[in-house]
Design a protein around this ligand. Structure first.
Ligand code: SAH
Length: 247
């Protein structure tokens, strides 16, 4: 019996941002294991499947990772088509890499399916180009949350000249602000904080590095949210660039 597990990215929330491949996997699925950042509306593509919710939100009670992995393995070994549906992209802060390696080591075939990661979706839905000629030559996706509480290399991030997209940063806004300022990033650097990107309840708070934590508190920013930090956030810069190009 050929056990196979699909590790599928469900995208940031808008069901229309699902890939055709994800939809195909869902149509074939007998068991769907669902993370809690996944929009349940997506389940319309798998009415035939048994759905198991295995949420793992940071800081909340959640299904232990080892249990989730064993459950996937058990269903696959019983010959069922299993889809593990994760928010965004399975391999961007989604443990897709870890799970794939664990399953492959046990002889299970794994197919990874991309999803649109929240950072890309959030920026696009706010009209922010993550790279822009003459303004930002690259983008760094970074998580503010670490397993062992080790610190990021703020100086390297601050001085990279790249747009920063920070995941899991809501509970660590002060650390991010202080770290980047101490690392030498300009205090006027524009910041966008985007909550529930791509969903109807999306909210966006614009600020500057020097006051982003205070502004986020006044705005009552809540998780899930991503932060986009860099000159590309400033609409003025973007439109200037476009004007220059048109002229
Ligand atoms: N694999 C996911 C990321 C999982 S980590 C992806 O590729 O998008 C969870 C973090 O992702 C959240 O803390 C938040 O920072 C971000 N996130 C996920 N969905 C989001 C959304 N709809 N809007 C804003 N941020 C989101």
């Amino acid at each position: 019996m050929n056990a196979k597990i699909w590790l599928v990215g469900a995208g940031p929330g808008d069901p229309e941002l699902l890939t055709l491949k994800a939809v195909r996997a869902l149509r074939e699925a007998e068991v769907v294991m669902l993370d809690d950042l996944v929009n349940p509306a997506i389940l319309e593509h798998c009415p035939q499947a048994r759905v198991i919710r295995v949420g793992k939100r940071g800081g909340c009670r959640s299904t232990p990772q080892a249990f989730i992995q064993r459950l996937m393995l058990r269903h696959a070994r019983q010959g069922r088509c299993v889809v593990r549906l994760k928010g965004g992209d399975p391999c961007v802060f989604g443990r897709g890499g870890e799970e794939a390696a664990w399953l492959q080591a046990r002889g299970v075939e794994v197919e990874l399916v991309n999803g649109i990661t929240a950072g890309l979706a959030g920026a696009t839905h706010c009209g922010i180009p993550l790279t822009l000629r003459g303004v930002s030559r690259g983008v760094t996706l970074v998580t503010a949350h670490t397993q062992d509480d080790s610190s990021l290399n703020w100086q390297a991030l601050a001085q990279s000249g790249m747009t920063l997209v920070v995941y899991m940063g809501v509970a660590r806004l002060i650390d991010i602000q202080h770290g980047l300022l101490a690392g030498g990033m300009s205090k006027e650097t524009p910041v966008a904080m985007i909550e529930n990107a791509s969903l109807p309840q999306q909210r966006e708070c614009r600020s500057q590095l020097q006051c982003m934590a205070v502004d986020a508190a006044a705005f009552e920013l809540k998780s899930p949210a991503i932060l986009v930090i860099g000159e590309v956030v400033s609409g003025a810069v973007a439109s200037l660039e476009l004007e220059r190009e048109a002229g």
